[in-house]
Design a protein around this ligand. Structure first.
Ligand code: ZN
Length: 142
């Protein structure tokens, strides 16, 4: 069984006064990608927690996976207790198995992190910290 964790992190780029709020994913305590360029798409993640299929859970900061040369999504399959991923991160195709409840909890934990962060910052406004991809915004606001 693999452990999935979603984390919310702020990234600051050189020569850019804005900060960016990125959802990152770790499997077994290792980031699944370079989150300086890529991000987790919470809309796709949400759908993958309810359905089987191919989901572009990993995407470019701009929200378009093809922009980051991601041609294939993650193949997600549910059985009664588990959620399975077949995915290619880098060169190797791998499969991962998560406990279904832990998969759902990962999203709930992220919402909690987001709420704490947004409460501590007050409002996230576009002058300081930007949520990317933009489509994550409704999933982080409570
Ligand atoms: Zn892009």
């Amino acid at each position: 069984m693999n452990q999935l964790e979603l984390q919310l992190k702020a990234h600051h780029l050189q020569n850019d006064p804005l900060g960016y709020l990125i959802v990152e994913a770790q499997i077994d305590d290792k980031p699944i990608a370079d989150f300086g360029e890529l991000a987790i798409d919470l809309h796709q993640f949400q759908r993958s927690s309810e359905n089987d299929g191919e989901f572009f859970i990993l995407t470019c900061w701009c929200g378009d996976p093809s922009c980051a040369n991601i041609e294939h999504g993650i193949q997600v399959h549910h059985d009664s207790n588990n959620v399975q991923w077949r995915a290619k991160f880098g060169d190797d195709s791998q499969s991962y198995i998560f406990e279904k409840q832990a998969y759902l909890d990962a999203h709930q934990n992220l919402r909690r992190q987001a709420k704490e962060l947004l409460d501590s910052l007050g409002m996230v406004n576009d002058g300081e910290l930007t949520i990317v991809p933009i489509r994550n915004r409704p999933y982080l606001k409570l």
